[in-house]
Design a protein around this ligand. Structure first.
Ligand code: ZN
Length: 462
């Protein structure tokens, strides 16, 4: 991607400060960030590009394993009496063991192009496929990380690469299983990889670190990794409390629930992102809220894997930052993730508009969920500013006002309709750092990316 050209846009209305504002001028500075965003500009300046539909900010997809895109749709048959997260995982490892760096790049590029079409402009990649298929480090240990970063560049997607510390198969198992050999990493290796990527100078790329889960890394190794991170403000992600078996194992080995253990053992802060956080006790939510840490809910994957429902009302009530992730990529558009998140809660609680909070002036369910995901997503991706505001990267989505689900909807309800009543694509254009990557509902490089993806899929699933 080349440096951004300063540009000026005018939109009939845009999502600013948590609500629709009319007649908005958006100026892109030479650094590809918004230099001026102003509402109430009655007519478009002469040099402005007039956008034809309502403008939304791009969203951060705060949890992704790109290689799992090569597996989406291929695990929907029950092979034995027992089919759960763990049997799914065994089958997922088949792809993880086979994928080459070249295939990784093609799969990531296709996935990220799909995410751009679905309204995400930055992805947090929880990356643990470090080594070759024998479990040996590549000559350049960052080979797979570069494959992901190249895929992001091919698609024009912003990337927060999060190398993952993964060192053991379970609480009582000091080593990885043989089929986990590509994941092996020490705290020093992970910290080194983070530094290499962060200092690479690649456009639209930053880096943080991850811990796979409490079962997959020892307390001593987590502590060692945190020593390496020091007081850097990089994001720190961890899978936690996704599955009841993991919760039971944690209880058996530590005497505590996973989030309680994490909060007691480590000084959590706003850099920390607790991915899934599905199975919680009320006191755990209060402790996370006091720490400043955020959570990342992945509704479509949690539904697909039978994980369970997060306690959304209490996370929101306590003001815990809540980002959205697509994780295994059975879904690549955020409006559907928000819909699933709310529908799951409606079915669980037999209520409607669970996420809304009229008492605090947030009566629109979609608006409250989007606002939560926007600010928490920026935090999860280590972005100091995010959204349609001065200083944030100049990312935006232009909706097609003639999309069937939006046709005839008053502007005040555009977001509600986009989240709950659009079942066909409604994003017309997408810009990242001021540069257009989607036009007329199509990714500008869609055809060559799809070709490379097809070749990779044919190689992975002969
Ligand atoms: Zn995950």
């Amino acid at each position: 991607m080349t440096a951004a050209q300063p540009a000026l846009f005018w939109a009939p209305y845009a999502w600013l400060d948590g609500q629709w504002k009319q007649q908005v001028c958006l100026q892109v500075g030479p650094d590809g960030h918004w230099s001026d965003v102003i509402a109430g500009v009655a007519s478009a300046p002469e040099q402005a590009t007039v956008l034809q539909g309502p403008v939304l900010p791009g969203l951060v997809n705060a949890h992704s394993h790109a290689f799992q895109r090569a597996f989406a749709g291929l695990s929907e048959r029950r092979a034995s009496e027992q089919d759960d997260f763990w049997s799914w995982r065994d089958r997922m490892y088949g792809v993880a063991l086979r994928i080459t760096p070249q295939q990784m790049r093609a799969v990531a590029a296709q996935l990220y192009a799909e995410m751009l079409l679905g309204g995400y402009t930055q992805v947090c990649e929880f990356h643990y496929l470090h080594h070759d298929d024998r479990g040996l480090a590549y000559a350049d240990p960052a080979t797979m990380a570069w494959a992901i970063a190249d895929g992001a560049a091919d698609a024009g997607m912003g990337l927060t690469l999060l190398p993952v510390l993964y060192e053991r198969a379970g609480f009582a198992q000091p080593n990885l299983r043989n089929d986990q050999r590509r994941f092996a990493g020490t705290p020093d290796f992970i910290a080194g990889l983070q530094k290499t990527v962060a200092q690479s100078g690649r456009p639209l790329v930053n880096a943080g670190v991850s811990v796979h889960s409490l079962r997959a890394a020892s307390p001593a190794s987590i502590t060692r990794l945190l020593e390496q991170v020091g007081d850097s403000d990089m994001p720190i992600h961890i899978h936690i409390a996704e599955q009841m078996q993991e919760v039971r194992d944690c209880l058996a080995h530590t005497g505590k629930h996973p989030i309680a253990w994490l909060c007691d053992a480590l000084p959590l802060d706003a850099r920390w992102q607790l991915v899934h956080a599905t199975h919680t006790e009320p006191a755990e939510i209060e402790t996370v809220a006091a720490s400043g840490a955020g959570i990342v809910i992945c509704p479509s994957t949690e539904g697909n894997l039978g994980d369970g429902f997060a306690d959304l009302p209490h996370w929101l009530q306590h003001g815990v930052p809540m980002a959205i992730g697509s994780d295994s990529h059975v879904c690549r558009q955020w409006n559907e993730e928000l819909r699933w998140l709310e529908y799951g809660q409606r079915m669980r609680l037999q209520q409607r508009n669970v996420a809304a909070s009229p008492a605090t002036g947030q009566s629109a369910t979609a608006g409250r969920l989007l606002e939560a995901a926007l600010s928490a997503g920026g935090q999860a991706a280590g972005q100091k500013r995010w959204g349609l505001q001065n200083g944030a990267r100049a990312d935006m989505l232009v909706l097609n006002p003639r999309a069937s689900g939006l046709l005839g909807i008053p502007s005040s309800h555009t977001l509600d309709a986009y989240v709950f009543a659009c079942d066909t694509p409604a994003i017309d254009a997408v810009y990242v750092a001021g540069q257009q990557v989607v036009a007329q509902g199509r990714h500008l490089r869609g055809e060559p990316l799809a070709r490379d993806f097809l070749e990779a899929m044919n190689g992975l699933h002969p």
